[in-house]
Design a protein around this ligand. Structure first.
Ligand code: 5RP
Length: 264
């Protein structure tokens, strides 16, 4: 692996593990609760995550250029929650722009099994072709659009494998209760867990993240379950401990409780 590629991957995944903070939601759902001022939302969370996932628009308008975290630039979009089909994405950004904003990686969605499967896989391939020339890793996001019931192991395993075969260096997918270990073991590149809509309880979040890490994920990309929580710092701290300190579920829960107490 070339030095640049390796260096970027190590920035993103210190010691091979990672906690990415996504704030890219506005690219298809517009204003999102708790993301009204993205720069303010992330400020207290900075000590706990490894990289920030966002669009160039939010990066330029809301993120301090002195930020000391690597940026993962979202490079697909052009659809919305109120449009016909979320899967009908295009590439939104050139590799020149990726370099201009000094991003360490790019993130791009693929919608496998949708009417736009081929187009989104072509987007991924095109980005890989360009980014590999400059040593920039591509993270594929295995998106399901509004069809959340697709989040089961066979489908997710298929998506992850295809994304990796097309050259993604990292794949982001959903955790699933059954056979998540098979999703991970069938994918030749690191798998990162996505969040999805907010869980009912904080414990549920810690449970699925802990389980996924035990089953081979290298980390997570969790947004709403962190910054829409009434205790974003406490949950971020507990998640960081699971990812980077191999904390047990009990230890992570204790960290959460203690951090909530400090805030009072
Ligand atoms: C959308 C994305 C987002 O980064 C993703 O939704 C992560 O955020 P959350 O944990 O809130 O679901 O890639 O496809």
């Amino acid at each position: 692996m070339d030095w640049g590629m390796e260096n970027r991957l190590k920035q993103l995944m210190p010691h091979g593990k990672c906690f990415f903070m996504p704030i890219d939601h506005g690219y298809f759902q517009g204003p999102t609760r708790s993301l009204e001022k993205p720069g303010e939302t992330i400020k207290p969370l900075l000590p706990y995550f490894d990289a920030l996932f966002c669009t160039r628009g939010v990066l330029r308008s809301a993120i301090d250029t002195a930020i000391d975290k690597p940026i993962i630039l979202r490079v697909s979009g052009c659809t919305s929650m109120v449009g016909k089909d979320l899967a009908n994405e295009e590439l939104t950004t050139s590799v020149e722009e990726v370099i201009r904003v000094n991003a360490a990686a790019v993130g791009i969605s693929v919608f496998i099994g949708s009417d736009y499967e081929k187009e989104t896989l072509k987007n991924l391939s095109a980005m890989v072709n360009e980014c590999e020339r400059y040593g920039i890793p591509v993270m594929a996001v295995t998106a399901v659009g509004k069809e959340m019931e697709k989040r089961e192991a066979r489908y997710l395993g298929l998506c992850c494998r295809i994304a990796a075969e097309l050259g993604a260096r990292v794949v982001k997918t959903y955790w699933c209760e059954k056979d998540f270990d098979k999703v991970v073991s069938g994918c030749p590149v690191p798998v990162i867990m996505a969040g999805g809509p907010k869980c009912e309880t904080e414990l549920e979040v810690l449970e699925f993240v802990h389980d996924g890490m035990q089953k081979g994920a290298v980390g997570l990309n969790l947004g709403r379950n962190v910054w829409q929580s009434p205790h974003p710092v406490a949950i971020a701290k507990a998640l960081n401990a699971i990812v980077h300190k191999n904390a047990s579920l009990k230890e992570a829960s204790e960290i959460l409780v203690k951090a909530k107490e400090i805030k009072k």
